[in-house]
Write a protein that binds this ligand. Structure first.
Ligand SMILES: Nc1ncnc2c1ncn2[C@@H]1O[C@H](COP(=O)(O)OP(=O)(O)OP(=O)(O)O)[C@@H](O)[C@H]1O
Length: 245
């Protein structure tokens, strides 16, 4: 069920006690060339099935944080636990395997291969896993495209469909390996309001019906306000939780 107001607090969705993410005192420095602390002891938790939006002014550290949460950046202080597994300190090959199994990503730009069909684009991450036959992967990919409402575009090259459709194909691709956590970096940043709404509804459905955890950075306050919870950043820190009116 959709919350009309974000809670700002880490309140578990009803009956949910499992944490999808626990960030403990995450700090990050850049050297440019002088030392600059971009994240300052960031700590928060996200429950399984929550749909969380990370907002904040440009330069507040949102993308840097998401990059760490996604396990792509390992150069930080603090501790990150995803799906109960401590990921901080894991070697790169173990992190790659972890990402394949648990995480899906949606970006502002879809990064689809333009000459490949939409179906083929969605199949690629599953083919890389080497777990299923090509027929099984094709079936799964088609099911995901159907779920996103773009199955009729399956055989078209990715370059020949609209921007909104491309983003839906990109979401299908992110879901092909059945990740439990979906991370988005401005996933609607390039979309008009109609397609933003379609993507939002899909994220909400993934969270509420399929129990996926959604963590997304966004500049779109309307989008954020409709999600379960907002995490607001300022100057590399999370602004302390405030009760809603
Ligand atoms: N590779 C880097 N080297 C040095 N400084 C960086 C690097 N990446 C980001 N920064 C700095 O870190 C700060 C946070 O950047 P980040 O991209 O995380 O902010 P953001 O909140 O995502 O911003 P935006 O909303 O504009 O995307 C900024 O001051 C930025 O200039």
């Amino acid at each position: 069920m959709q919350n009309s107001q974000p809670t700002y607090m880490s309140v578990p969705p009803s009956g949910q006690t499992h944490l999808a993410l626990k960030a403990e005192s995450i700090s990050k420095y850049f050297y440019m060339p002088e030392k600059f602390q971009v994240l300052r002891q960031v700590s928060f938790e996200v429950y399984t099935g929550e749909f969380v939006s990370i907002i904040g002014k440009s330069g507040s550290g949102k993308s840097t944080l998401l990059y760490i949460l996604s396990t792509m950046d390992t150069d930080y202080e603090g501790l990150l636990t995803l799906n109960g597994e401590k990921v901080t300190g894991k070697p790169q090959n173990a992190l790659a395997a972890f990402r394949n199994e648990h995480l899906g990503f949606v970006f502002q730009f879809h990064y689809l291969l333009p000459d490949f069909s939409c179906l083929k684009n969605v199949m690629i991450p599953a083919s890389r896993l080497g777990k299923y036959s090509e027929e099984e992967i094709e079936h799964k990919a088609y099911e995901k495209l159907k779920m996103l409402g773009v199955a009729d575009q399956a055989l078209k090259p990715a370059s020949q469909i609209s921007g909104g459709q491309q983003q839906r194909v990109a979401i299908a691709r992110a879901l092909i390996n059945e990740p439990t956590i979906l991370m988005g970096d401005e996933p609607t940043g390039n979309l008009d309001s109609k397609n933003t709404s379609i993507v939002f509804d899909m994220f909400m459905q993934l969270s509420k019906e399929f129990g996926k955890t959604i963590i997304t950075v966004t500049h779109d306050n309307d989008f954020a306000n409709k999600s379960d919870r907002i995490i607001e950043m300022m100057d590399g820190k999370i602004i302390p939780a405030q009760p809603t009116k």
